[in-house]
Design a protein around this ligand. Structure first.
Ligand SMILES: C[S@@+](CC[C@H](N)C(=O)[O-])C[C@H]1O[C@@H](n2cnc3c(N)ncnc32)[C@H](O)[C@@H]1O
Length: 398
């Protein structure tokens, strides 16, 4: 669904003022840069500029009161199912979990007790988080929902030098800065343009220049039928490559919305996958009140697999979220939840039961998160098939 600006709810005065302050910072940087900024840099500022970016500012972001719902916010059954896969990885490597981009802290608060119940609570649970505001929120969530295990959690200031264990990232890759491009079929000499940000009458506008360097090389390596507009995230590739290089033994488990390359850069998606989220509405104008909307693009899972593979990791599995969760036993967990009475409800509570079933349906339904969301596992020194991929593995499709 496309929404025009007029359809979006107007932000409150303090939020508009914060956005105006961020816009002034962005405009000044465009000025220093000779009138142009890459879209990736724009997205970095719009999401992570200290105190003003979407993730580093004060807006609610996750959950019903925020802008979008993520799987851990929907139901604790998601973390409980994931725990079964994490447990297998920890048993084969080391008792350490690193969670990148932990959002509200909900996944950590569900995973820790679930891992303890499986007899493999990690000795350390480390969180890598760019946003100071979210770090404080994660601390509060853990103290409220997993107080006994909260002292195992600490926050990393930078990527770990070397690590063994399980690195988790739920919807982190789609929130990393992406470059925007246009493949044109009218001028063969300049067929790939980088779509950046310029200023016109003090307003932020799209401004194009020929793509160069690593971005041009990445664009030329794709088989794209011009005319086409789309995104390439060099940041995702660099981040996965860097962590892969530092992984001694264990696996990285990354869950996100995205596709294999041949599906992502298919003529059907000739307008790209850049999307913005504001109060549960999806819109396509990344310049609408900078800092107030989330900005995302679909993940190229082939690029993720290549980045890990080039750093010496094995691609241990790639499948849809639905297959992964079913393989990890989410249906049995739902049944247990019903029998025991989940989330503080009495056994047989039909409202709690309906909610849990509705949430699991959203997680696995092909029309909701089940098909678009994928799970990839990249590992070193781990043998044997991983639980979450034993049926429906699609590594061959990458
Ligand atoms: C869409 S939110 C997902 C939050 C949470 N994992 C969830 O599923 O609810 C993206 C998260 O990734 C974080 N993030 C983005 N890039 C990051 C990076 N390079 N390192 C660590 N965290 C990052 C953001 O600050 C935010 O917490």
């Amino acid at each position: 669904m496309k929404l025009k600006q007029a359809d979006l709810p107007q932000p409150a005065a303090d939020a508009s003022a914060a956005s105006a302050a961020l816009t002034r910072i962005i405009a000044a940087e465009i000025g220093y840069g000779g009138g142009w900024m890459s879209f990736a840099r724009y997205m970095e500022l719009a999401l992570y500029a200290p105190g003003l970016g979407y993730y580093s500012g004060g807006s609610h972001k996750f959950g019903v009161a925020g802008d979008f719902l993520t799987a851990p916010e929907l139901t604790p059954l998601y973390g409980q199912a994931l725990a079964r896969q994490v447990a297998q990885i920890l048993a084969a490597s080391s008792p350490l979990v690193i969670e990148a981009g932990a959002g509200s802290g909900r996944l950590a608060a569900d995973l820790l007790p679930a891992l303890e119940a499986l007899g493999c609570a990690p000795e350390r649970y480390r969180i890598l988080e760019l946003s100071g505001e979210l770090r404080a929120r994660q601390q509060a969530t853990l103290h409220e929902h997993a107080p006994r295990l909260a002292d195992r959690v600490d926050w990393l200031e930078e990527l770990p030098e070397r690590f063994s264990g399980c690195l988790l990232g739920n919807e982190v890759l789609d929130a990393m800065p992406t470059h925007a491009l246009r493949w044109s079929d009218d001028d063969p000499g300049q067929s790939v343009m980088e779509r950046g940000v310029g200023l016109s009458d003090e307003r932020l506008v799209v401004a194009e220049r020929p793509a160069t360097g690593a971005l041009l090389a990445a664009a030329e390596a794709l088989e794209v039928a011009a005319p086409y507009r789309g995104e390439i995230s060099l940041a995702v590739r660099a981040w996965v490559a860097e962590l892969a290089r530092r992984l001694e033994r264990g696996a990285m488990l990354l869950v996100d919305y995205g596709l294999a390359r041949h599906e992502l850069y298919h003529p059907q998606r000739s307008g790209g996958t850049l999307r913005c989220h504001y109060r549960h509405r999806v819109h396509e104008d990344p310049f609408w009140f900078p800092g107030l909307s989330d900005i995302t693009s679909h993940v190229d899972f082939t690029a993720v697999a290549e980045a890990g593979f080039d750093a010496g990791l094995d691609v241990l599995g790639y499948t849809t979220q639905a297959n992964f969760l079913i393989n990890c036993g989410i249906a049995e967990l739902l049944q247990e939840h019903r029998d025991l009475g989940g989330a503080g409800q009495a056994a047989g509570d039909s409202v709690a039961d309906l909610r849990a079933r509705g949430a699991v349906n959203v997680l696995i339904s092909p029309n909701e998160m089940g098909e678009l969301f994928k799970v990839i596992a990249l590992g070193r020194g781990i043998s044997g098939p991983l639980l979450g991929f034993h049926r429906g593995d699609r590594v061959h499709a990458l």
